[in-house]
Design a binder for this molecule. Structure first.
Ligand SMILES: [Zn+2]
Length: 96
């Protein structure tokens, strides 16, 4: 990752650190970069089976958008989420 491509405020922040820390900082930045790439790739996966998701099967379930690879996965996870939510509400009500 090229540090020079960062926005100015990030470069200023990096320059505030001791020069001896920069090699370690590079390790941290590389790890952040790998994590960022992993998150971006993960964001394309089906939330049920982790295959590649298709945008046409995306759906909001209880205020959160989920991505699915097909109709079966959408139905399977939606059923699970709604049952879990009902059990959660029931337990919360019983506990008072
Ligand atoms: Zn799936």
């Amino acid at each position: 990752m090229n540090v020079l491509l960062f926005p100015k405020h990030v470069k200023d922040l990096i320059s505030e650190f001791n020069v001896e820390h920069r090699p370690l900082m590079r390790l941290v930045i590389d790890e952040l970069d790998r994590y960022w790439n992993w998150r971006n790739e993960k964001a394309k996966d089906c939330d049920n089976c982790f295959n590649y998701a298709d945008e046409q099967y995306s759906k909001y379930i209880l205020w959160k958008k989920y991505k699915f690879c097909g109709e079966w996965c959408r139905h399977d996870l939606e059923d699970h989420i709604r049952k879990s939510y009902r059990n959660y509400i029931k337990c919360k009500t019983l506990r008072g």
